[in-house]
Ligand binder design. Structure first.
Ligand code: AHR
Length: 498
């Protein structure tokens, strides 16, 4: 019997809703078809945004959406995507699949999408191939309320009122697709570009995010921060981190999303757990420059990356989503909660039809993936207070890189006054008996929901409900303890009345 010690009286930090954020890029069928079908589509839509998808996103309470990329961001020229649609520039999306980008989804459409979803906005600017003027004018177009060329242009395009930009990313992966820069050079560019990301509305300052490292590139984190802090003064609110889970770690042969064995399962989860090392390693470097932890680590790209589904455009990054992805999501979201002193936002890549999506579409049809169900369970953590908790684990799996701890968890005190425990059982075979001990806190009632299935179980357009949550009534409360069994290969949410 594994003990889960919970101390509801010791608060460890606030869980920003943004820890459950999303990312959407002009890539494959994420924006076009997945989110936006245009006003004249037969697929039911409101102002071009598909109704079924928006509803499913509202249900999981998407807190923030990042756009327009990704690598696309550093090739995106925002003025191509405003004004009458018939006169917007058409071009080839050279980065992703070589298809025509007609720019029918641009700034106004993104803001409308976020309005419908009810989420915050995170715009990623172009440093790699854009000018300071272009970035500065974009911010002016979106947020300035007075008389100015860009505010007038916005009004001419049908939106007199400014929008709120909650987060602004100054470049994306500038160590790679965003310009192949060295850390010090990017740090200098950050200082220059961010100067012109003006806060026109001092009551709603834009949070500025500098391009952070690729996975374990600790040198990048150190040198970028050293360069930015060199002149005194804090000019950034966040530093991004990108880390994808590749089952093999080999970009040329990543493996199938649905056809895999126990070895692949354990290696994938083992690689996912590397996120903990990354969060702790980069946080330690950030502590040198920002001991007060005012700058957030922003994990604005995370998720699984497999070979594309057979027969699909390799540049579209379309992949299925199984119970393995559900576990990856549950593990990562628990890790972000546990590191909420430093991690202030995380954005799964990507929202629809690309990489580890919460939703897949096929024309007018839509399915919610196992990952969607995990977000639906974990939404109870949004805006909650993380409480102290620790669990006893045993190693499961095969050997070496195929071994993982059997359980992960995080516990919070929700805005509803209840405790929310989320647990993942990484074992393919062993159920885990758990005794949760709540320090000096008698339990009044407990109920839960669970997501379980075979390791490669997934939802298809013909069988959309193969993997879905069911209620979990097997937790027994007595005094300050709760006993329950977490089935192998499952994600569990317990809601505890105290
Ligand atoms: O999410 C797909 C790509 O992965 C993004 O465009 C890029 O930022 C990252 O390399």
């Amino acid at each position: 019997m594994a003990k889960l010690y919970v101390n509801p009286n010791v608060k460890k930090g606030h869980l920003n809703p943004e820890l459950q954020g999303h990312f959407s890029e002009h890539l494959g069928r994420c924006i076009y078809e997945g989110l936006y079908v245009g006003e004249n589509s037969d697929i039911p839509n409101v102002n071009g945004m598909r109704t079924d998808v928006v509803e499913a996103l509202r249900e999981i309470k998407v807190p923030v959406l990042r756009w327009p990329g990704g690598c696309f961001a550093d090739e995106y020229h925002w003025k191509d995507g405003i004004g009458p649609k018939e006169s917007r520039k058409k071009m080839i999306n050279t980065h992703w699949g070589g298809v025509v980008e007609d720019n029918s989804f641009g700034t106004n459409e993104f803001m409308e999408l976020c309005r419908q979803i009810g989420c915050k906005t995170y715009i990623n600017g172009n440093v790699g191939s854009g000018t300071v003027q272009e970035m500065s004018e974009w911010v002016e177009y979106m947020t300035f309320s007075g008389v100015s060329p860009m505010a007038d242009l916005r009004a001419k395009n049908g939106h007199a009122e400014p929008w709120k930009v909650d987060y602004f990313g100054v470049g994306n992966e500038n160590w790679g697709c965003g310009g192949n820069m060295r850390a010090q050079y990017y740090g200098d560019l950050y200082r220059r570009y961010q100067t012109y990301v003006r806060n026109y509305d001092p009551k709603n300052p834009i949070k500025k995010i500098a391009c952070g490292p690729n996975a374990g590139d600790f040198h990048w984190t150190d040198k970028v921060l050293e360069t930015i802090f060199d002149h005194g003064g804090r000019t950034l609110d966040g530093l991004s981190l990108h880390y994808y889970t590749l089952p093999t770690g080999d970009w040329s042969k990543k493996g199938s999303a649905t056809e895999f064995d126990a070895k692949d399962w354990y290696r994938t989860l083992n690689k996912t757990l590397y996120m903990k090392r990354l969060l702790e390693g980069h946080s330690a470097i950030m502590d040198k420059y920002d001991p007060e932890k005012q700058i957030g680590l922003i994990v604005d790209e995370w998720g699984t990356w497999y070979d594309v589904e057979p027969g699909t455009n390799p540049g579209f990054l379309y992949q299925q989503n199984t119970m393995r992805d559900a576990l990856v999501a549950g593990i990562n979201l628990n890790l972000f909660n546990k590191h909420c002193d430093r991690v202030k936002m995380a954005n799964i890549a990507q929202m629809v039809n690309v990489l580890q999506s919460v939703i897949l579409t096929d024309g007018a049809r839509m399915v919610k993936t196992p990952t969607w169900h995990v977000f639906n369970m974990y939404k109870a953590h949004q805006d909650a207070e993380l409480v102290e908790s620790t669990i006893e684990t045993t190693q499961v799996g095969l050997e070496d890189e195929y071994m993982v701890p059997n359980l992960t968890e995080s516990v919070s005190l929700g805005t509803d006054g209840k405790l929310h425990m989320t647990l993942t059982n990484l074992s393919l075979e062993e159920n885990a008996d758990v005794e949760a001990v709540l320090m000096q806190t008698p339990v009044k009632a407990v109920k839960g929901t669970i997501l379980r299935g075979a390791m490669n179980a997934h939802n298809t357009f013909d069988a959309p409900d193969t993997v879905q949550t069911t209620s979990f009534d097997d937790a027994k409360a007595e005094g300050c303890t709760i006993r329950f069994t977490v089935p192998a290969c499952s994600v569990l949410h317990l809601e505890v009345e105290i």
